[in-house]
Design a protein around this ligand. Structure first.
Ligand code: FAD
Length: 366
């Protein structure tokens, strides 16, 4: 008989929701994380009364009532409506693309005028061969060159005509004066940040931080009947099919002795010559924050190589094929479940993570 029912590798949101559900069903869980903190990429920390999103801006948004009620059971959510801006060569534009954006670009006032302008700018293309052709066919030259091209090229480290057309699935255009970035029914940020919320989810499980599964896997595996692995699936299998590729990011966070640096939480920098993609000013995530000074983070996209933090999966055809190989290996293992963004090799928003972790709990715990 092993001391734990579950060893949960990764104290991010996926591991925490699964742990909460397992504990509710009377299971003994050990949760480990190689980082010195819980929360994974949702981790937030207090800096002099300002809640800092250490791994980039995290706004919870969902249209799924079950998910919204679930997260609210672990902490009060403060209302926050995400209205980012884009800065292109010193001029500001509202995102997502809406009447405010079109007014700033062309001086148009009515939806009819804006629709006419977009229609005249579009460059039709039956079968776009790359992201540039696809974007130009959807939104036309001005929006593409001002707000999409430089940002996308910085984000992915390649020119847009070398990026797959599939990267640009949709580019929604709103012909209303509505700057709310998300269309979802519910939106907010937990009071005090995500870390206290995840701490509550982990209550009842044993947590060991600074503990790397890969460094001590034989001993760790013997501790539990079953493993939930939310680390990278290719790392679990010793990269036997080659590494799955990602884009990485680096964050440069500074405390400044000013009350307000940019007047809003997120400003994207869409010109290619600016090396960062956005500046986050954390105190604006909490609309009433009266803490002195401010904390800002510059977000720089970076190439990824083994050993660096994995952020955005490169879901191109070779990587998807490699992932299918790992999936086949995973299906042969009855003692290990793979979950979370790294285990599933998928970009997941937080609400998807909660939804999937609850589905896993129903499948593997009931
Ligand atoms: P993670 O948070 O990555 O947790 C996995 C954990 O496993 C990590 O803590 C890691 O250290 C640990 N681990 C890995 N390998 C090992 C090992 N071998 N041993 C021990 N521990 C290990 N979503 C939204 O809904 N809204 C947003 O606004 C939003 N903004 C984002 C901004 C950025 C810049 C990024 C990159 C993502 C954003 N997301 C957002 C997505 C969100 O971060 C994810 O949905 C969420 O963090 C995924 O949780 P997870 O538990 O699957 O993975």
């Amino acid at each position: 008989m092993r001391p734990y029912d579950f060893l949960i590798v990764g104290a991010g949101l996926f591991g925490a929701v699964f742990a909460a559900e397992a504990v509710k069903r009377g299971k003994k869980c050990l949760v480990i994380d190689r980082r010195p903190h819980i929360g994974g990429n949702c981790y937030t920390e207090d800096d002099g009364g300002i809640t800092v999103h250490r791994y980039g801006a995290h706004i919870f948004h969902t249209s799924d009532r079950e998910v919204w009620e679930y997260v609210n059971a672990y902490g009060e959510f403060m209302p926050y409506v995400h209205c980012p801006l884009a800065n292109y060569r010193g001029r500001l534009y509202h995102l997502p693309f809406n009447m405010d954006t079109f007014h700033a670009l062309w001086g148009v006032v009515t939806p009819e005028e804006a629709k006419g302008k977009v229609a005249a700018q579009r460059i039709p293309c039956e079968q776009p061969q790359n992201a540039k052709e696809r974007a130009l066919s959807l939104v036309g030259r001005d929006i593409y060159e001002t707000l999409i091209e430089g940002y996308t090229e910085k984000q992915w480290g390649r020119s847009a005509d070398k990026l797959p057309a599939s990267l640009i699935e949709r580019l929604p255009l709103r012909f209303t004066y509505d700057n709310n970035y998300f269309n979802d029914r519910y939106q907010g940020i937990p009071a005090g940040g995500y870390t206290p919320m995840i701490e509550r989810m982990l209550k009842g499980a044993e947590v060991r931080l600074g503990c790397d599964f890969s460094a001590d896997r034989c001993a760790l595996e013997k501790l539990a009947e079953r493993v939930l692995f939310t680390g990278a699936i290719d790392e679990y299998f010793g990269y036997c099919n080659g590494p799955l590729e990602y884009r990485s990011l680096s964050f440069d966070t500074k405390r400044l002795p000013v009350e307000d640096f940019q007047g809003t939480a997120v400003v994207n920098y869409t010109d290619r010559s600016v090396p960062y993609t956005r500046i986050i000013e954390h105190k604006h995530f909490d609309g009433n924050c009266s803490a002195p000074g401010t904390v800002i983070t510059y977000e720089y996209p970076e190439a990824w190589s083994l050993g660096r933090e994995r952020f955005y999966p490169v879901g191109d055809i070779p990587n998807r094929a490699r992932y299918q190989g790992y999936l086949r290996l995973a299906e042969e293992r009855k003692d290990v479940i793979f979950g979370g963004r790294l285990g599933l090799y998928r970009y997941l928003d937080m609400d998807d993570v909660v939804k999937e972790a609850l589905a896993f709990a129903r499948r593997y715990l009931d």
